[in-house]
Design a protein around this ligand. Structure first.
Ligand code: A2P
Length: 282
């Protein structure tokens, strides 16, 4: 990978850029100014969700950019309250409408459970997935996947469904690398994507990362993003400034050594959001 426009191939052959722009709490305001700036900064891959409440602003910013829809890679997600066959189909169509487009590049189930301790999650996930499979077969979405799924949530889909998830988007950054889930996905040819690849900026203050950044002559943010890239994980960094948006794309001019990769992958837990799909157990 040599630039943010270089792509991985998903397990259905669709090409996906190696870095995207995360938009959670990042596209507030009527005019979607942050998204406009991100487009100017060169981002073409935008990750959103119905839950983020910013699909309209993103749709508007993209429409106003005068750049062809096919140049963009657009992801959205079905929220916990939108699970189930009928609900997801409706939620998907609403996302399309808000994003002012007639197809998505990727559509994900946002969380495996609608609420903690929900006993019937297996059936609900299968029903929800069936709707995604249909949308995929109808050509309304180019690839389908999941988010925040643990290996046993994915096993349930693999055992009972036809189309394999193309991606699993999880919290991933030095200090919280979810090794078991990453290994499972990579062994099953499911591309891992990282939300909060910098731990919502918390891990950027970790001395071990700052020291490493000094050694490589880069910033702590660039260490985190490069770490994801070298793990074959697609980082979805958020930023509100042009300078940082650009800095976050500038990660192709250095390579982390093997020892540093181990250091970043084994550092004590840091910057974890506290969000786990089954926080309080079963
Ligand atoms: P800002 O919007 O001021 O740039 P994550 O994507 O891991 O959730 O992290 C997002 C946070 O990281 C935001 O608060 C963002 O702040 C900050 N951030 C993004 N890029 C950088 C960077 N290159 N250097 C420092 N902070 C950054």
């Amino acid at each position: 990978m040599n630039s943010i426009y270089d792509c991985y191939e998903l397990n259905n052959g669709v090409r996906i850029p190696c870095i995207g722009f995360g938009t959670y709490r990042a596209a507030d305001g009527e005019d979607g100014a942050v998204v406009k700036t991100a487009i100017e900064a060169g981002y073409r891959y935008f990750d959103t969700a119905s839950f983020y409440g910013n699909e309209r602003q993103i749709g508007k910013a993209i429409a106003m950019s005068q750049i062809a829809r096919e140049e963009y890679f657009l992801t959205s997600k079905a929220w916990k309250t939108e699970m189930g066959y009928e609900n997801i189909r409706n939620a998907f169509m609403e996302s399309l409408e808000r994003l002012e487009t007639d197809y998505l590049d990727l559509y994900l189930i946002h969380w495996p459970l609608p609420e903690d301790g929900f006993a019937e999650w297996r059936q609900l996930d299968i029903e929800s997935w069936r709707a995604l499979e249909e949308l995929y077969h109808e050509g309304k979405v180019r690839a389908v996947g999941v988010s925040n799924f643990l290996p046993y949530h994915i096993e349930n889909l693999l055992k009972n469904c036809e189309v394999k998830p193309a991606v699993n988007q999880i919290e991933f950054h030095p200090g919280y690398t979810q090794e078991v889930t990453v290994r499972y996905c990579q062994e099953h040819d499911i591309l891992v994507q990282a939300w909060s690849p910098m731990g919502r900026s918390k891990v950027l203050e970790e001395p071990v990362i700052l020291k490493m950044a000094g050694r490589y002559g880069v910033t702590a943010a660039q260490i985190c993003l490069r770490y994801a890239l070298q793990r074959r994980v697609v980082p979805l960094p958020k930023s509100s400034t042009m300078e940082r948006m650009k800095q976050n794309q500038d990660i192709f001019g250095f390579e982390l050594g093997e020892e540093d990769m181990y250091i970043l992958g084994t550092m004590p837990q840091a910057g974890w959001s506290g969000q786990h799909p089954e926080k309080f157990g079963r």
